[in-house]
Write a new protein. Structure first.
Length: 645
C-alpha cells in the first residue's frame, strides 16, 4: 500500500471552493473569443463554466491577445481545483487557442496578426480520470451517543468536497442541537492514496459542555414592543440550548413582517450555572409602505390602484392596510369602469398565540356582461396555523348589495323581479334590479408543501390545496339558504426529479384542478354574484371572463350556475437569469344543476412569457378558445404579476 500523502491539492479543493475570480488585464485592442468547455464527466460542466474566467469575463472584461493567454493559464489551476472538489485528483486540464497550445511561443503573435473582429476559438478539455472515494473516516474526540451517525459519510462514497464539508457541518449542528452550544468540528484532515484512488478522513471534534439558555435580550427595536416579541420566541431562559430552536426563533421573528433582519448571538461563555445569554439583534422595516399595482386582460380590461400599509400599528406587528383600485377599463367582458376598495386590520395572537383576527370592510362596484353589482361587505376571520403545512380559518361576514341583471323570468319561472313586461317584444331584453342582504360563516383549510407563503412567489415543487365551505343566508327576491363549497388543488413537479432537466427549479410542470358546488338553492334563487362561473385568467384562458357556462338566450350573456369544474396543465421553463416561457392548456365547464361535469366542457390553449423580478414574475399570456363560438374573440391577452396559479 502506498504511503498516505496529505495533499495541498485536496486542501485547495475543500477549503477554497469552486469559484475563484481574478482581475482581467486589458489591451488596447481587445481580442474577441468564444469558449467551449468539455469534460469527461458532463454533469460537472455547469460548475466548470461558472468557475472559468474565460467564460465569466468574456464580455465584461475584454482582453488583448497576450492577456487572453494569461487568462487561459489562470483557468488551468482554477479548473483543476474544480475537478478535485468532485474527487478527480488525477484530472487534467488542457487549453488551446485556435488549435495552438498555450506554451507555443508563436501563439501571441498569431493572435495579434489575426483579422480584426475575428473570434479566437478557445477550447478547454477536462479529463477527469478516476474518481476517488472515501475509505477510512475517523472522528477524533468525545461524542454523545447517536451523534456520530449525523456525519452522513460512509466508506465508498465519492470524495466530493462539498459533501465532506457538509458532513462536518451536520456533525457540529447535531452537537449544538443537543445543548453543546460551543461545540466545534475542525475542517477534516484528508490523506490521499493515489494507487488505490481513495482518501482517508479525520474529523477533530471538541464538544465542550452542555449549556442552558440564559437571559434573552432583543436589541434594535424602535416601535415593536419587547414583551410581544418575547412571547413569540419558542425558547425561554432555563431551556437546554438547541441550535435548531434558535433558528426557528429567528424565522418566527422574520415572519412577523416587521423586521428586515434578525440575527442571534451567544455570550462568549456560560456562567456559573451553565447558562449562556442569548441576544436577538433586529432591524425594523419602515413602518409605512405604499405600493402601486396594475394589470390588464383583454376581457376585463385594465386595472390600477395603490395599497397603503402600516405594518406595526400598535407595536404588536398588527398591520392596517388600505387599498383602492380602478377596474374594468375598456374590457370586452365589462361595460363600464368600476372600483374595488378595502380596509383591513389584523390583530395577531388573538385569544391564542399564533392565531390572528382580521377585520375587513370592502366596497365594490363593477359592470360586467353577466350583471352590474354595487356591494359593501363587512367581515371578520380568525386564522390559525395547524401544523407545518396546515392552516385553518373560520369567519363571519355580511354583505349588502344591489345587482342589475336580465330578467330571469325570461328563462325560468323559478323566480324573478316581476313578470315579463308585456310592452316588450319577445326578443327584447328586460333588466331588473335585485337587492340582497347576505350573512355567511365561511370555514376554510389549506395545505401547502411548496415552501412558498405568498401567491406571488414562484412554486417549483410540492402541493398546494385549499377547501372552503360557506353556509349562507340570502334575504332578497327570493330568500335562499345555500352552501357555497369550493376546492382547489395545485401540484408542481420539478422535471429534474424525472431526469428531464439538469438544473433544479428551471423546468416545472404545474397542474391545477378547481371546482365548486352550491347545493341548497336553485340556479335563479342564488344572487348572481354567488353563482359559479368559468372563463378568464382564473379558470379557462382564451374565453372571456365568466363566458363559459349557461347563457341568456337573447344576447348570450352569462347566467352562472351551481356546479363548476376546471383544470390546467402548464409547462414553465426559465430562460437565462430573468426570463421564462410557458405553454398551457385549460379546460372547464359550468352546469345549471348541482351535478359535477354536467355542463359543456370548453378548452383553451396558449403560450406566455415571464419576466422575473424580486417581487414575483410579470406574466404575459396569450390564449385562444379551442372551440370558438360566434361571440368568442379570436384570442385573449392577460398581463399581471405572479404566475397564473
Amino acid at each position: 500500500m502506498a504511503a498516505p500523502q496529505p495533499t495541498g491539492r485536496l486542501a485547495g479543493a475543500l477549503w477554497t471552493g469552486c469559484l475563484l475570480l481574478a482581475g482581467a488585464a486589458r489591451a488596447a485592442d481587445p481580442q474577441p473569443y468564444k469558449v467551449e468547455i468539455k469534460a469527461t464527466d458532463s454533469s460537472i460542466e455547469t460548475t466548470l463554466k461558472a468557475s472559468s474566467d474565460l467564460v465569466n469575463l468574456r464580455e465584461s472584461a475584454p482582453a488583448g491577445p497576450f492577456a487572453l493567454i494569461s487568462r487561459a493559464r489562470g483557468d488551468i489551476d482554477r479548473l483543476k481545483t474544480v475537478l478535485e472538489s468532485f474527487g478527480y485528483y488525477e484530472g487534467t486540464v488542457s487549453v488551446t487557442i485556435d488549435g495552438m497550445v498555450l506554451d507555443d511561443p508563436t501563439l501571441g503573435d498569431s493572435l495579434d496578426a489575426a483579422p480584426a473582429g475575428r473570434d479566437a476559438q478557445v477550447k478547454i478539455v477536462c479529463a477527469t480520470g478516476p474518481q476517488f472515494t472515501l475509505r477510512h473516516i475517523e472522528v477524533d474526540g468525545e461524542l454523545p451517543d447517536g451523534v456520530r451517525a449525523q456525519l452522513g459519510l460512509e466508506p465508498g462514497d465519492p470524495a466530493i468536497a462539498a459533501e465532506v464539508l457538509a458532513g462536518g457541518e451536520r456533525l457540529q449542528g447535531a452537537l449544538q442541537d443537543r445543548g453543546y452550544a460551543f461545540a466545534k468540528v475542525d475542517p477534516p484532515v484528508a490523506y490521499e492514496f493515489p494507487a488505490e484512488h481513495v482518501l482517508d478522513l479525520t474529523f477533530h471534534v471538541t464538544a465542550g459542555t452542555k449549556v442552558k439558555v440564559g437571559d434573552i435580550r432583543v436589541r434594535g427595536m424602535r416601535r415593536t414592543r419587547e414583551a410581544f416579541v418575547l412571547r413569540h420566541l419558542p425558547v425561554h431562559p432555563g431551556d437546554e440550548y438547541d441550535a435548531g430552536r434558535m433558528e426557528q426563533a429567528r424565522s418566527e421573528l422574520l415572519a412577523l413582517d416587521v423586521f428586515s433582519t434578525v440575527s442571534v448571538t451567544l455570550g462568549n461563555q456560560p456562567d456559573d450555572q451553565g447558562a449562556v445569554p442569548v441576544t436577538f439583534r433586529v432591524r425594523e422595516r419602515p413602518r409605512h409602505a405604499v405600493s402601486l399595482d396594475a394589470a390588464y386582460s383583454s376581457d376585463l380590461g385594465g386595472s390600477g390602484g395603490f395599497t397603503w400599509t402600516d405594518r406595526n400599528t400598535s407595536g404588536r406587528a398588527d398591520p392596517l392596510t388600505v387599498a383602492a383600485s380602478v377596474i374594468n377599463l375598456a374590457g370586452t367582458a365589462s361595460t363600464r369602469v368600476g372600483y374595488d376598495t378595502s380596509v383591513k386590520y389584523t390583530h395577531p395572537d388573538f385569544l391564542h398565540q399564533g392565531q390572528s383576527l382580521q377585520v375587513s370592510l370592502a366596497g365594490l362596484q363593477q359592470y360586467l356582461e353577466a350583471y352590474d353589482q354595487k356591494a359593501v361587505r363587512l367581515g371578520a376571520t380568525v386564522s390559525r396555523k395547524l401544523g407545518a403545512d396546515w392552516s385553518g380559518s373560520i369567519g363571519a361576514s355580511s354583505q349588502q348589495e344591489r345587482i342589475v341583471q336580465e330578467s330571469i323570468s325570461q328563462v325560468s319561472t323559478d323566480a324573478g323581479c316581476s313578470a315579463p313586461n308585456p310592452s316588450l317584444s319577445h326578443d327584447a331584453i328586460q333588466k331588473c334590479t335585485y337587492n340582497y342582504t347576505l350573512f355567511s360563516v365561511p370555514l376554510g383549510v389549506t395545505y401547502n408543501t411548496t415552501g412558498t407563503s405568498s401567491p406571488l412567489e414562484d412554486a417549483s415543487h410540492g402541493l398546494r390545496a385549499s377547501m372552503s365551505v360557506a353556509p349562507t343566508l340570502s334575504f332578497g327576491d327570493p330568500n335562499a339558504r345555500f352552501l357555497l363549497t369550493q376546492a382547489s388543488l395545485s401540484f408542481y413537479l420539478d422535471l429534474r426529479r424525472l431526469g428531464l432537466a439538469t438544473t433544479p427549479g428551471r423546468s416545472v410542470l404545474a397542474l391545477r384542478a378547481t371546482g365548486g358546488l352550491v347545493p341548497g338553492a336553485g340556479q335563479f334563487s342564488l344572487p348572481p354574484d354567488q353563482r359559479l362561473y368559468a372563463g378568464g385568467s382564473g379558470t379557462v384562458r382564451g374565453y372571456k371572463f365568466q363566458s363559459v357556462g349557461p347563457t341568456f338566450p337573447i344576447d348570450g350573456n352569462p347566467v352562472g350556475g351551481t356546479g363548476m369544474s376546471a383544470g390546467t396543465a402548464e409547462f414553465r421553463q426559465r430562460i437565462g437569469a430573468s426570463f421564462g416561457a410557458v405553454a398551457f392548456v385549460d379546460a372547464g365547464q359550468v352546469s345549471s344543476h348541482v351535478t359535477p361535469l354536467a355542463g359543456t366542457l370548453r378548452f383553451g390553449a396558449g403560450v406566455g412569457m415571464r419576466y422575473y423580478t424580486p417581487i414575483g414574475p410579470i406574466r404575459l399570456d396569450v390564449a385562444v378558445p379551442v372551440q370558438r363560438r360566434p361571440d368568442d374573440d379570436p384570442f385573449e391577452v392577460y398581463i399581471g404579476l405572479g404566475q397564473a396559479f
